[in-house]
Design a protein around this ligand. Structure first.
Ligand code: MN3
Length: 195
């Protein structure tokens, strides 16, 4: 079965005014879709095509890895946001953030620094590393599962993610992600599964 583009978990205009409809049409409909089309082409007629996306990510490199990982990363990114998101997490996730970062304010500071300083294309992540929450950044298509970490939340800092809405202002995009878009319910569900 060829891989298919997962639908957005909300309407393409649902993240306005922060990320515009045009931005999501381009990012989901063109960029995310291109990774699906490319992976299907690369795997056409090969036994790997029967594997799960995660199995392909863990056992490949080069173009197959890049396209498979980018499919996974983008699906995870769409779920890391929601309309009227942002604010602060609650419950077990809030407690774990306080335990491992000292405070939510310190988490925000560290996450913002990671997302701002990822040079060129990549991702910043909140992960669980053996039960300890950490912030990481990865270049290009790289992702936490390759380092045996469980992703809880991510922000795409490739320019295509924010340029249509924020132009060159990556720091403003990161600030907006934390203030108005971050889906803490999704991160909390990922933490619960990681235990
Ligand atoms: Mn992207």
């Amino acid at each position: 079965m060829p891989f298919t583009l997962p639908p957005l978990p909300y309407d393409v205009a649902a993240l306005e005014p922060h990320l515009t409809k045009e931005n999501l049409e381009l990012h989901h409909g063109k960029h995310h879709n291109a990774y699906v089309v490319n992976l299907n082409k690369l795997l056409d007629g090969k036994p790997e095509a029967a594997k799960s996306l995660e199995e392909i990510i863990m056992s490949s490199d080069g173009g197959v890895f890049n396209n498979a990982a980018q499919i996974w990363n983008h699906t995870f990114y769409w779920n890391s946001m929601k309309p009227k998101g942002g604010g602060e997490p609650t419950g077990d996730l809030a407690a774990a953030i306080t335990r491992d970062f000292g405070s939510f304010a310190k988490f925000k500071e560290d996450f913002t620094a990671a997302a701002t300083t990822q040079f060129g294309s990549g991702w910043a992540w909140l992960v669980s590393d053996g039960g300890t929450l950490k912030i990481t950044k990865t270049g290009n298509a790289d992702l936490p599962m390759k380092s045996k970490q469980t992703a809880l939340l991510t922000i795409d800092v490739w320019e295509h993610a924010y340029y249509p809405s924020f132009k060159n202002l990556r720091p403003k995009y990161i600030e907006t992600f934390l203030a108005s878009l971050a889906n803490w319910d999704f991160a909390a569900a990922n933490l619960a599964k990681a235990k």
